[in-house]
Design a protein around this ligand. Structure first.
Ligand code: SAH
Length: 258
């Protein structure tokens, strides 16, 4: 029984990895948004230690590395993403400063109070916004920064179709002002907040997803799990186009206090 489950789990794990590994990024975002977030951070030197948690294949990490000094460790649960990440770092000749490692965000391998900056785009939902903020804080130096994106409600009320979809997929999803309050309560001073522009979804995410979907369906033709997975991706994209005034991704930049 447990063996059977493991096989199914592994299969899905590989499927998801396969779908997203051909994409430049695995979530909404853009080089411009990454640089805008970086512009609020003023404590970095060549000696700085930076972690990019849930880095995926490293689209945003390489952008960060090209514009910020210091050593960057990218961490992700999927070994396939980390392989691509390290290949990308080498291609850009960044391998001495940028390293990808396999690990889990709920058990980080960093020393207490060692990091100058924690970066995490589109990934903290895997552990939960509040839990991630609370647990990751211990790895930051006093005065260190955190820069994260998280999905956020823009209104207190929203149509049932979109509300139910996200409350089922991610019940912790909250409104922007509540998320700022959560950051503050977790022991950080909120420094800047901005909503990711629509092109972070359409141009830099959905366009790649559409291409990835075609290649994926071709490779896994006739595979029911693969078809269902691909269909769900399509539903997510359509919902965003229909309800984008009610939710989106927000970049939060905050500084550890105390
Ligand atoms: N930051 C990247 C990837 C976002 S997708 C980008 O913006 O493009 C979310 C990432 O979180 C995926 O790469 C996924 O493998 C990773 N992830 C999921 N659960 C994780 C965990 N427990 N620990 C570390 N990474 C995890």
């Amino acid at each position: 029984m447990s063996n059977e489950n493991k096989t199914i789990h592994d299969f899905e794990f590989n499927l998801i990895c396969d779908f997203f590994s051909n994409m430049e990024r695995q979530g909404p975002g853009s080089p411009e948004a990454t640089l805008r977030a970086l512009s609020f951070i003023d404590n970095l030197t060549d000696k700085s230690l930076i972690a990019d948690i849930g880095c995926g294949t490293g689209g945003q990490t390489m952008e960060l590395a090209r514009h910020a000094p210091g050593q960057i460790t990218g961490l992700d649960l999927f070994p396939g993403f980390i392989e691509i990440f390290n290949r990308n770092a080498a291609k850009l000749n960044l391998q001495d400063r940028v390293k990808g490692i396999v690990g889990s965000m709920d058990n980080l391998p960093f020393e207490q109070a060692s990091l100058d900056l924690i970066w995490s785009e589109g990934a903290i939902y895997n552990i939960g916004f509040e839990r991630g903020l609370n647990e990751w804080r211990q790895y930051l130096k006093p005065g260190g920064y955190i820069a994260i994106t998280e999905s956020s409600w823009f209104t207190d009320e929203r149509p049932a179709e979109i509300n139910d979809f996200w409350m089922d997929a991610y019940p912790e999803m909250d409104t922007l002002p509540n998320q700022v309050a959560t950051i503050y309560k977790a022991g950080y001073l909120p420094v800047a907040t901005f909503i990711l522009p629509e092109n972070c979804w359409t141009e830099h995410y959905f366009a790649f997803k559409t291409a990835a979907r075609e290649a994926f369906l071709h490779k896994y033709a006739g595979n029911k799990t693969a078809e269902e997975f691909s269909e769900l991706q399509f539903v997510e994209d359509e919902l965003y186009r229909k309800y984008k005034e009610f939710y989106g991704y927000v970049f939060y930049i905050a500084k550890k206090v105390g």
